[in-house]
Design a protein. Structure first.
Lengths: 251, 105
């Protein structure tokens, strides 16, 4: 792929060589826009998923009685049983103009006419957050139940309230798990093609979609390779940023 | 107070997570072909359609075949016995039957 990214197209002919033209083309507004869109979506999704999953995992680990925990966890990851593509399309059923959400809002009289929810960035983010909340709930839950209960008890003994206990004891101890989960989310989300394709509509293209356009419609393999190298570079950057807390062996 | 809040959050989170699956199940029993329309009546016609469609059943068998092959792979690497002949490795679960899976062979 790296070698291909340095090749160039002469008409329909592929010419191998050392040509930096593909990388120079990365400055084009449409390609820069795709990188920006992908980064925006991915960062939003990662932040939202962590914020949604942490309380859920904590409630599952600490509030739900132990004998119900297995069942509760199973319910929380039930949609994993269907395929990824099917899940994306089922969000279309929920968010479309005649979908479940709009029917409910119309029935309650909250809106006068159906909202456009599908085929927007909102739909893409919703689909992603749905998937990654499940994933992160699993990883964070695994971290929380491994935590000895005595740490929280000791903090309470020393006079810390629930918030201080969480901030100074529980959060630092589970940070490696969170960051690992967030890193996985980032990697899977920024490289994903299916969800933005199904839910995002054609208004804005994410980086994988642009790569797919280069491959499928224009057969420009060198440019697609250069874009893929950029994608790898972004993931590498994310790894460098999170490497300090990353414990891939502890997931 | 925090207790009630926790249970409320749990309920909302489950609603969010299970909503698309619930919609999927609901629409699979729907009477008409239009996706997203209100459900006028319940029917099993789509399930009957699946069971009656040869191509769909063949696709289902292919998926089952892949899932099965994946499960038995590590065991095959571990032992030194010769790999199974194509005739036996090309077999899904028993309910699949051989004819529909391996029509191309």
């Amino acid at each position: 792929m790296a070698a291909m990214s340095l090749a160039r197209l002469d008409g329909r002919e592929l010419v191998w060589g050392l040509d930096w033209g593909n990388y120079a083309r990365l400055g084009e507004p449409t390609l820069l826009r795709a990188v920006a869109v992908s980064l925006e979506i991915t960062l939003t999704v990662t932040a939202l998923s962590v914020l949604l999953a942490y309380p859920l995992a904590a409630i599952l680990a600490f509030r739900v009685p132990p004998r119900w925990q297995r069942l509760a966890l199973l319910l929380a990851i039930l949609p994993f049983w269907t395929s990824y593509v099917v899940r994306s399309y089922s969000w279309l059923l929920v968010l479309s103009r005649e979908g479940v959400v709009n029917q409910a809002l119309l029935g309650l009289g909250l809106v006068a006419e159906p909202l456009t929810l599908a085929n927007t960035r909102f739909a893409t983010v919703t689909g992603f957050v749905h998937f990654f909340t499940m994933l992160l709930t699993l990883t964070i839950y695994a971290n929380l139940v491994q935590l000895p209960r005595n740490y929280a008890r000791a903090a309470a003994d020393l006079g810390a309230g629930p918030f201080r206990t969480f901030w100074h004891v529980i959060l630092p101890l589970t940070l490696p798990g969170i960051v690992t989960g967030a890193f996985l989310t980032f990697v899977l989300c920024i490289g994903d093609y299916v969800t933005p394709q199904v839910l995002g509509g054609g208004n804005e293209l994410s980086l994988p979609q642009v790569i797919m356009v280069q491959l499928g419609r224009r057969a420009d393999f060198p440019l697609a390779s250069a874009l893929s190298i950029v994608l790898m570079g972004l993931v590498t950057l994310a790894y460098i940023f999170s490497a300090r807390w990353l414990r891939l062996d502890r997931v | 107070m925090t207790r009630a809040l926790a249970w409320a959050y749990l309920g909302l989170a489950y609603a969010f997570i299970l909503l698309p699956v619930a919609a999927l199940v609901l629409f699979s029993f729907q009477d008409g072909p239009a996706a997203g329309a209100a459900v006028p009546g319940l029917s099993l016609r789509w399930y009957a359609d699946i069971l009656g469609d040869r191509d769909l059943m063949a696709a289902l068998c292919n998926s089952a075949l892949v899932a099965r092959a994946r499960r038995s792979w590590p065991a095959r690497w571990a032992s030194s016995r010769p790999t199974a002949s194509p005739a036996t490795s090309c077999r899904g679960p028993r309910w699949c039957g051989r004819s529909s899976c391996c029509r191309s062979r």
